[in-house]
Design a protein around this ligand. Structure first.
Ligand code: IPE
Ligand code: IPE
Ligand code: MG
Length: 270
């Protein structure tokens, strides 16, 4: 982080930033932004107030991840394929909040060279939200220094099924041959094809589950769960997660400190 930018953050955050190892930053962090409803209930407020606070958290996390350096991409889980089960009024409120977020933030994203994109079936969202989403994606299409990816109407099972159906189509229509198809090929059919591999998944508000989020991508991601509710989460809590991540030994099934070799030649006993 440049010194000028670092000075914008509280002293505790600055101290934690200085403790980071810049060579071991997670390039791609995903967040399950959970706990807005509980945050509101504790204050006897409506759930939508919790979501409004949640957007403030999202903004500060986006700004911080962009500023700190070494992080290329963040994914925010904002609406799942299962969230349609919620009351109509809450869903409508979330759509309005998303629309106003995009309206307000697009210019700043362009200014800060932040590319905006989404994963999930946004084609099933109301037209007025789709229009804002496409407007922001087009406005930021040439931005390069950081990617903000928002998961909207996203479900990992749906993503894998969509990829399987596309693979089936390609095979049936002769666009692909069976011999070509391996994990790398399949991965390119997922919504996340053009994003860096996921390094760290953070879930707020304590639930020990992944709720149908990035099931393929978390195969070797590091997981971090904090009891802090999303509206109370901030750069200081994020730095705790990154520092914890930096102290882990990512073995990818191999042994500590040895380079990762792929395939059976890596030494399965005969
Ligand atoms: C997460 O907060 C935000 C969305 C799913 C949009 P919740 O609304 O799930 O909050 P809790 O889990 O009820 O506290
Ligand atoms: C996960 O939170 C989805 C998002 C954060 C958008 P949920 O609140 O929907 O998950 P469950 O119901 O606790 O599993
Ligand atoms: Mg929840």
């Amino acid at each position: 982080m440049t010194l000028a930018r670092l000075h914008d953050w509280p002293a505790l955050v600055q101290k934690k930033v200085q403790a980071l190892d810049p060579r071991r930053m997670p390039r791609h962090i995903a967040f399950i932004m959970d706990g807005n409803g509980r945050w509101a209930r504790m204050r006897h407020r409506r759930r939508l107030m919790g979501h409004r606070e949640g957007i403030k958290t999202a903004k500060s996390i986006i700004r911080f991840c962009h500023d700190v350096g070494g992080i290329d991409c963040i994914t925010l889980f904002a609406f799942s394929t299962e969230n349609w089960k919620r009351p109509k009024l809450e869903i409508a409120g979330l759509m309005m909040l998303l629309k106003y977020f995009l309206r307000r933030e697009t210019a700043e994203m362009v200014e800060n060279d932040i590319r905006f994109r989404t994963i999930g079936r946004i084609d099933e969202f109301p037209g007025f939200v789709q229009r804002e989403l496409h407007r922001t994606m087009e406005a930021t299409a040439n931005c390069k220094s950081f990617t903000l990816n928002i998961a909207l109407n996203y479900g990992a099972r749906r993503e894998i099924l969509d990829a399987a159906l596309e693979l089936h189509r390609r095979l049936a229509e002769g666009e692909a041959r069976r011999e070509q198809v391996d994990q790398e090929y399949f991965e390119k059919l997922l919504y996340t094809a053009d994003l860096p591999p996921l390094d760290l998944l953070i879930r707020t508000s304590g639930e020990l589950r992944v709720s149908n989020f990035m099931l393929w991508q978390i195969a070797y991601a590091e997981l971090y769960v904090t009891p802090v509710l999303w509206p109370d989460f901030g750069p200081s809590e994020l730095l705790d997660a990154i520092l914890d991540y930096q102290n882990r030994d990512r073995r990818f099934g191999g042994l500590s400190g040895r380079p990762h070799v792929q395939g059976p030649e890596s030494g399965i006993p005969g």
